[in-house]
Design a binder for this molecule. Structure first.
Ligand code: GDP
Length: 454
């Protein structure tokens, strides 16, 4: 996700490095490159135009700054504009003053609504809420069962019509298969059983049609949602904007959830939908597991696109996975570049393995954008190899890898059964990571020499 965009922007900024002053031509050329980068990422044209115009205007008018050179100023402007196009501030769920808070999910079939209901329930539970998932998708044959499975996995209650008589609580009143009644009844059920958040999963279709919109609007009117979330598959690219517009007109929505960000998407949906609909992306899904889901933070996403990493999300993820003390220790190490040793590297790597795939995690660390090629090739066996190499080092070598001369490296290679170049490679990578962390700690941007104050 966003890989091409990241790479292109990095190349653009690289060509500005070392320039003492930017001429109007420099800025024009840079804006052209940014425009191409965005179009290639499948960002909607009007959004691209607006973005580039803003960057150009601000770059031309940029104040001569003591602290930043012109190239750095352009990076700063692009960062701020990215945050803005992604929606600015993080938008959180508005909970109702009097529970239950009603969250309604709308979107095309296959966009990931049912999966999302489970993730949302799981997440809400983690936040101390007591959620109820409601199966108001009675169109798709398996939808009710699917929601029940998802709910069970998440440990969250599901309100569903009973088989053969789709009315939920009251099997005798004859509203068989009426999703609106199910939705309405679920609210009473939530009040009775003290659920404080109700997540209503609605039916979708493969395409936008009047019937779909009418049913969604009827459910909306029946439950009076506090939040309508439009769920959209990030992989549909440009179509996301048209679909979003249709749902905005037909049902209306308050926020957007992007799903399948783990797919081979160029990311255009994320960069277009907020801007084009004026509704913010609130959550993002990036996998099929319950945990592959997070609050969407425009600033962190911008930081990732610019290769500046997303240490905050990594730390939050660690907090969810480990106890507070372990997480704090890890955060201190990651943020405190200087004391970060190979021993830490090793223990972190083994802890990190509990967090998820190495590729995902390393992608969140600062300075990793330029190493994406290698990242994509990481296999989990690599971790075993790296562990073996570090374990073959003496404690002194782990504390201070600078002492690793040729003969030491040869000994380590023999000890761990790898080639000397594998040892060299690891040591180099470690130094890179250490450097990037140090730059970040001082508030700089890795990969851009001189960007940090230090
Ligand atoms: P619905 O028709 O809108 O309810 O969509 P579903 O929740 O049934 O999802 C459709 C398919 O997309 C299912 O196979 C899900 O497992 C898959 N899916 C949902 N969210 C994600 C995601 O974030 N990443 C990936 N890779 N797959 C997803």
């Amino acid at each position: 996700m966003f890989d091409t965009l990241s790479d292109r922007l990095a190349a653009t900024f690289k060509s500005l490095r070392g320039k003492g002053r930017l001429s109007e031509q420099d800025i024009d050329a840079t804006c052209r490159e940014i425009r191409i980068a965005l179009l290639e990422a499948d960002v909607a044209l009007p959004a691209v135009r607006q973005f580039v115009a803003a960057v150009k205007q601000r770059s031309l008018g940029a104040e001569v700054s003591q602290a930043l050179n012109p190239a750095q100023q352009v990076v700063k402007i692009v960062n701020e504009e990215l945050i803005s196009i992604l929606g600015g501030q993080t938008r959180r769920i508005r909970f109702a003053k009097r529970p239950p808070t009603v969250i309604m999910l709308a979107g095309l079939q296959g966009s990931g609504k049912t999966t999302l209901a489970g993730k949302l329930g799981h997440w809400l539970k983690g936040q101390g809420h007591s959620p109820l998932l409601v199966a108001a998708d009675l169109q798709r044959p398996n939808a009710v069962t699917q929601l029940q499975v998802v709910g069970e996995r998440a440990g969250v209650a599901v309100f569903a019509p009973e088989p053969g008589n789709a009315t939920g609580r009251t099997p005798t009143d004859g509203h068989s298969g009426d999703p609106i009644k199910v939705a309405r009844d679920s609210l009473q059920h939530a009040r009775d059983k003290m659920y404080d958040v109700v997540v209503v999963d609605t039916a979708g279709r493969l395409g936008i049609d009047a019937e779909l919109m009418r049913q969604a609007a009827d459910i909306r009117d029946a439950v009076g949602p506090d939040e309508i979330l439009f769920v959209v598959d990030a992989m549909i690219g440009q179509d996301a904007v048209a679909t979003a517009q249709a749902f905005l007109d037909g049902v209306g929505f308050d926020g957007v959830v992007l799903t399948k960000l783990d797919g081979d998407a160029r990311g255009g949906a994320a960069l277009s939908v907020a801007q084009m609909t004026g509704r913010q992306v609130m959550f993002a899904s990036n996998g099929e597991k319950l945990d592959d889901f997070d609050v969407f933070h425009p600033d962190r996403m911008a930081s990732r696109i610019l290769g500046m990493g997303d240490v905050l999300s990594l730390i939050e993820q660690a907090e969810r996975t480990f106890d507070a003390q372990q997480a704090e220790q890890m955060a201190r190490k990651i943020m405190g570049g200087d004391q970060f040793t190979l021993d830490d590297f090793l223990s972190q790597m083994e802890q990190l393995r509990k967090l998820g795939s190495m590729q995902k995690i390393l992608g969140m660390l600062p300075g990793m954008a330029e190493m994406r090629q290698q990242l994509n090739q990481i296999d989990e066996k690599e971790i075993d190899r790296v562990s073996a190499i570090i374990r073959s080092m003496t404690p002194a070598e782990r504390q201070d890898p600078k002492i690793l001369n040729g003969s030491r490296r040869a000994r380590i290679a023999r000890g761990s059964g790898v080639s000397v170049s594998a040892v060299n490679n690891l040591v180099e990578r470690f130094f890179e990571a250490q450097k990037a962390m140090r730059t970040m700690t001082r508030g700089g941007i890795p990969g851009i020499p001189g960007f940090g104050p230090g």
